[in-house]
Design a protein around this ligand. Structure first.
Ligand code: F6R
Length: 617
C-alpha cells in the first residue's frame, strides 16, 4: 500500500525522493507526488497513475533544486485516484505539505471543525485535514515537530504522516501509529520511508521506530519523541543494520522481480536454515525469546496469517501436530479476534507475515497478547511492526520480496514452520534426536531439489503457452497438497485474473466436480505413495475428473508410475517426505502463474488492485 519517502541532506532531494518512490512501486499504488522546500516555500507536483506520469510532469515543469523533500505513492482509500486526491496535500496557505499512509478515522469530524473555521479543503482525502491542522499549528508559532505532536494527539486511526514546512528547510518530521515507517541514517543526510528499499542505495543504517513516536530528521541526525514531546525512552526505538544491499532490490537480469524471487528460493532456503542447527542436526533457535520451560507448557498453537501466509499455516499444522502432538488451529488473521478465540497463558499464537506490517495480522496478535497468550512471529522484514510487538520471532532471511505475489516469502515461511515444529519436538521430547536430525537432513537437501525444478522450468512454460486462453483452472490436493492447491489457485487469480480454485481432492464429489467440463485444466498434487491410502485416493480423484473430460496436469514424485496413465501432463517432483512435499510441489505452480500472466501481457510484479503490504484492516 502507500509508499512514503522523506529526505533532508546534501543531495538533490527530488532525485532521492523520486528514486525512493520507484523502489517502493512494488507496494502497489495508483497515483504519486512530491513536495520540496525551496527558497522559503513548498513546491509540489502530483499525478494520478503510475510514476511515469509524475516523471513527465517533472520533465515538463522541473522542480527547483532543494535539499529537503517528501514523496508518496498512493493506494486510494478516501476518494478516487485523481490528481486532486494524490499526495502531498498542502495546508490552507500552502506552507506545510504532508504525505500519509493509513486511515484517519475521525477525519470527518476534524474536517467539519476546519470548515466551520473557514478552511477550504480541496480533496476528498482524510490526509488533507492533517495538512491544515499542521499548518495552523506552525502558523500559531509551534515548530513542525511540536505541531506534529499536537496533531497526532487529535488523530484517531492508523497512520504514518510525514511533513515539511516551507519556512523550515532543515527538517522533515514524521509520526507513526499502527503503520510502517523506518528511518535511514546517513553522513550529513537522513531518510524516512515506508521500508528500507527506498534508501538502501544511500545507507544501510536504519532505525525502527516505536508506536506513537514522532521523529525529526535533519542533516545532523535524528530525534525521536513521544506524542507528548518527551524524548523517547532508550529501547523504545531500535537502530539496526540492513543485511542486504541494492542488488537484492533490483531485477538482476530477470523480466520480473517475481521470476527472480522464484529463482532465489534455493538460496533463500539455505539462508533460513543457516545457523539454526548444529552438526548433529539438533535445532538451535537462539533468537527465540521464549524459554524452553514456557514452550513445554504450551497446550495449543493457533497459527494466524492472511493469504499465502495462511496457506503456510495450513502446511505447518500438519507438520507441527504430527511432530509435537500439540493441537494446532489455523485461523485467518482478520477473522481471529472477532470470534472470541479461547486463549490462555498456555496458548502459543504463531503469526506468519512476510512484510510484518499486515494490519489484520497485527490486530490479531494484539488481541492475543491482551488475552495473555504468547505470540511468536515468523517474519521476513527486520524492523517491521509484527515482530516488534511479538514475544518472539523467527526471521525467514529470504531477502527483500518485491513482487506482490509471495514466492520465496512463502517458501521460507515453510522452512521456519518446520524448524519451529522440530524445535518444539526437541524441547518436549516428542521426537528422538536422530529422527529430528533426519528431517533436518532432508531440509538441507531442499535447495538442490528446488533448483532441479527451476532448471526444468521449460516444461511448465510450454504448458503456460498451451493454456494461455484458459478461463478457468482447478487445483486439487490432499493432506499437505491441499494448501498447495489453494496457493496455486491464489497465484493464478492474482496474476492472471482468471477463475482458479483449489480444493481438497476428497471434497470434489461433494460439489466442485460439477465445475469439471471438457478440457478444463486441473492441476493435481499427488502425495508420495506409502502414506496410508492418501496416494491411492488421490489417484481415484484424478480418474474422476479425467473421466469427465478434464485435462489433468499431475505433479507426482519420481518413480510414481501408478499415476502416469491418468496424467495428460506429468510434472515430476523430487522424492521427499510427505510433510515436506509442499516445498517442491509449489515451485511449478509459481512458475506456471508467472509465465501465464506474462503471456497474457499482465504486470506480474504489480497485479491490478493489489498492494504488497496491506496496512489497513
Ligand atoms: C499472495 C500474497 C498475499 C500475502 C498476504 C499476507 O501472493 O502475497 O496473500 O501473503 O497479503 O501478507 P504478509 O505475509 O506480508 O502478511
Amino acid at each position: 500500500m502507500c509508499g512514503i519517502v522523506g529526505y533532508v541532506g546534501h543531495r538533490d532531494a527530488a532525485d532521492v525522493v523520486v528514486e525512493g518512490l520507484r523502489r517502493l512501486e512494488y507496494r502497489g499504488y495508483d497515483s504519486a507526488g512530491i513536495a520540496l522546500v525551496h527558497d522559503g516555500h513548498v513546491v509540489a507536483r502530483k499525478r494520478a497513475g503510475k510514476l511515469a506520469n509524475l516523471d513527465k510532469a517533472l520533465a515538463d515543469d522541473p522542480l527547483p533544486p532543494a535539499g529537503t523533500g517528501i514523496g508518496h505513492t498512493r493506494w486510494a482509500t478516501h476518494g478516487p485516484p485523481t490528481d486532486r486526491n494524490a499526495h502531498p496535500h498542502l495546508g490552507a496557505g500552502g506552507r506545510v505539505a504532508v504525505v500519509h499512509n493509513g486511515i484517519i478515522e475521525n477525519f470527518a469530524r476534524l474536517r467539519a471543525d476546519l470548515e466551520r473555521d473557514g478552511h477550504e479543503l480541496r480533496s476528498d482525502t482524510d490526509t488533507e485535514v492533517a495538512a491544515h491542522l499542521l499548518e495552523a499549528a506552525v502558523e500559531a508559532g509551534s515548530d513542525l515537530t511540536e505541531a506534529m505532536q499536537q496533531v497526532c494527539r487529535r488523530l484517531e486511526g492508523a497512520f504514518t504522516l510525514v511533513a515539511i514546512d516551507g519556512a523550515d528547510p532543515d527538517r522533515v518530521v514524521a509520526a507513526r501509529r499502527n503503520s510502517p515507517l523506518v528511518v535511514g541514517v546517513g553522513e550529513g543526510e537522513s531518510f524516512l520511508a515506508s521500508d528500507v528499499a527506498a534508501f538502501i542505495e544511500h545507507t544501510r543504517d536504519a532505525i525502527e521506530l516505536g508506536q506513537d513516536q514522532v521523529v525529526t530528521i535533519s542533516r545532523d541526525g535524528v530525534e525521536v519523541t513521544d506524542v507528548d514531546g518527551r524524548p523517547a525512552e532508550a529501547g523504545s526505538y531500535r537502530p539496526y543494520h540492513v543485511d542486504w544491499d541494492l542488488s537484492a532490490a533490483e531485477k538482476g537480469g530477470f523480466d520480473w522481480f517475481m521470476r527472480k524471487e522464484i529463482h532465489e528460493q534455493p538460496a533463500a532456503i539455505t539462508a533460513s536454515m543457516l545457523g539454526r542447527h548444529d552438526a548433529q542436526g539438533a535445532l538451535q533457535l537462539d533468537e527465540l525469546r521464549i524459554s524452553e520451560e514456557e514452550l513445554r507448557e504450551v497446550d495449543k498453537i493457533i497459527l494466524v496469517g492472511c493469504g499465502t501466509a495462511n496457506y503456510a499455516s495450513m502446511v505447518a499444522k500438519y507438520a507441527i501436530e504430527h511432530w509435537t502432538r500439540i493441537p494446532c488451529e489455523v485461523e485467518l488473521a482478520h477473522e481471529f479476534r472477532y470470534r472470541d478465540p479461547i486463549l490462555t497463558r498456555a496458548t502459543l499464537v504463531v503469526a506468519i507475515s512476510q512484510s510484518g506490517e499486515t494490519a489484520d495480522t497485527l490486530m490479531a496478535i494484539r488481541h492475543a497478547r491482551q488475552q495473555r497468550a504468547k505470540v511468536l512471529a515468523i517474519c521476513n522484514t527486520n524492523g517491521s511492526t509484527i515482530p516488534r510487538e511479538s514475544d518472539a520471532v523467527i526471521y525467514t532471511h529470504a531477502g527483500p520480496e518485491i513482487g506482490v505475489a509471495s514466492t520465496k516469502g512463502f517458501m521460507t515461511q515453510l522452512v521456519a514452520c518446520y524448524l519451529l515444529g522440530l524445535y518444539l519436538a526437541q524441547v518436549r521430547g516428542t521426537k528422538y534426536g536422530d529422527e529430528i536430525a533426519q528431517i533436518v537432513g532432508e531440509l538441507e537437501q531442499m535447495p538442490a531439489y528446488v533448483q532441479r525444478l527451476l532448471d526444468a522450468s521449460e516444461q511448465v512454460h510450454r504448458l503456460a503457452e498451451e493454456l494461455s486462453t484458459a478461463r478457468s483452472v482447478l487445483f486439487l490436493g490432499r493432506h499437505t497438497g491441499f494448501p498447495i492447491a489453494l496457493e496455486g489457485a491464489l497465484k493464478l487469480k492474482e496474476l492472471a485474473y482468471i477463475h482458479a480454485e483449489g480444493f481438497a481432492a476428497g471434497e470434489l464429489k461433494h460439489g466442485p466436480i460439477a465445475l469439471v467440463e471438457d478440457r478444463l485444466p486441473v492441476f493435481c498434487v499427488v502425495p508420495p505413495p506409502g502414506r496410508d491410502q492418501l496416494h491411492d485416493k488421490m489417484v481415484s480423484g484424478i480418474q474422476e475428473v479425467r473421466a469427465r473430460g478434464a485435462r489433468t496436469i499431475v505433479l507426482a514424485e519420481d518413480g510414481d508410475e501408478e499415476v502416469a496413465p491418468y496424467a495428460d501432463d506429468l510434472i515430476r517432483l523430487p522424492r521427499v517426505p510427505t510433510l515436506l512435499q509442499p516445498m517442491v510441489a509449489v515451485v511449478p505452480l509459481q512458475l506456471f502463474a508467472c509465465e501465464l500472466a506474462t503471456r497474457m501481457g499482465h504486470d506480474v510484479d504489480q497485479p491490478r488492485n493489489l498492494a504488497k503490504s496491506v496496512t489497513v484492516e
